[in-house]
Write a protein that binds this ligand. Structure first.
Ligand SMILES: Cc1cc2nc3c(=O)[nH]c(=O)nc-3n(C[C@H](O)[C@H](O)[C@H](O)COP(=O)(O)OP(=O)(O)OC[C@H]3O[C@@H](n4cnc5c(N)ncnc54)[C@H](O)[C@@H]3O)c2cc1C
Length: 207
């Protein structure tokens, strides 16, 4: 189920999140900070934090910042301390009530799929309370275009009017996504690429 949120919600599918980040931001390509407290860092696997060299490089590049308090963190990020403090307090209030009035985290089955069921009342939200706090810069990236040529059921390329382009097949990122403009979950890029690549190859071999 797609999240009802129209603002960035990091629990939703990353295609939806990418769209929402681009819609929400006044900057292009948009820049966000993900902030975690010390308990978050200890409790959850953060693959980017496993390699000390990567950590060091991120700190040196200014895209990973740690501070003992939220106010100090704000200062280091060039933000107004009172504003960030207020945002964190609002976030923590929603974590305690369980209802995310800003971004709707935890509203959909998709959100909750990767959540922590031990965190209550909302498995997608935990309060930011215990320093040090770490901020990591997040920017939209790409792993697929969702564009490309429309194909038929065996991967043959079609013109805009639906007629076949003889001798041309397409699969993967070169072809229009069978998932349309949405993304039901991880594998929705590689799965169709493998299936339609296989179907196209088999069809060509039979010709
Ligand atoms: C970090 C990351 C994580 C991902 N995780 C997942 C996931 O969990 N599940 C999932 O389904 N998908 C995932 N994807 C997406 C998926 O990996 C890609 O969408 C998929 O690999 C695209 O395959 P492709 O063959 O269409 O294109 P590509 O793998 O990009 O292959 C295109 C090839 O064409 C070559 N090429 C380009 N131009 C030319 C030229 N002029 N002449 C000859 N060769 C050329 C390129 O060098 C490249 O080898 C992820 C992608 C990234 C980046």
């Amino acid at each position: 189920m797609r999240s009802a949120s129209v603002s960035p919600n990091e629990s939703e599918s990353y295609v939806d999140l990418g769209h929402h980040m681009l819609e929400h931001s006044t900057r292009v390509p948009g820049r966000y900070w993900m902030i975690g407290d010390v308990r978050h860092g200890r409790r959850y696997l953060r693959s980017y934090a496993l390699d000390p060299k990567v950590n060091k490089a991120r700190i040196e590049a200014g895209i990973q910042v740690t501070a003992d308090t939220i106010q100090e963190l704000a200062g280091r990020l060039g933000m107004e301390p009172a504003t960030l403090q207020g945002t964190v307090e609002r976030f923590n209030g929603f974590a305690r009530s369980g209802v995310d009035q800003d971004f709707g985290r935890g509203n959909s089955a998709y959100d909750r799929y990767y959540s922590d069921p031990l965190v209550r009342p909302n498995p997608n939200r935990g309060p930011l309370e215990k320093g040090p706090f770490t901020a990591i810069q997040i920017v939209p990236g790409d792993l697929g275009t969702k564009g490309g040529v429309l194909t038929d059921e065996v991967g043959r390329a079609l013109r805009g009017d639906g007629t076949l382009i003889e001798g041309l097949s397409a699969a993967g990122n070169n072809s229009a996504s069978v998932m349309g403009n949405t993304y039901p979950g991880p594998g929705a890029t590689l799965g169709p690429a493998a299936v339609f690549g296989y179907l196209a190859g088999r069809h060509m071999a039979a010709m």
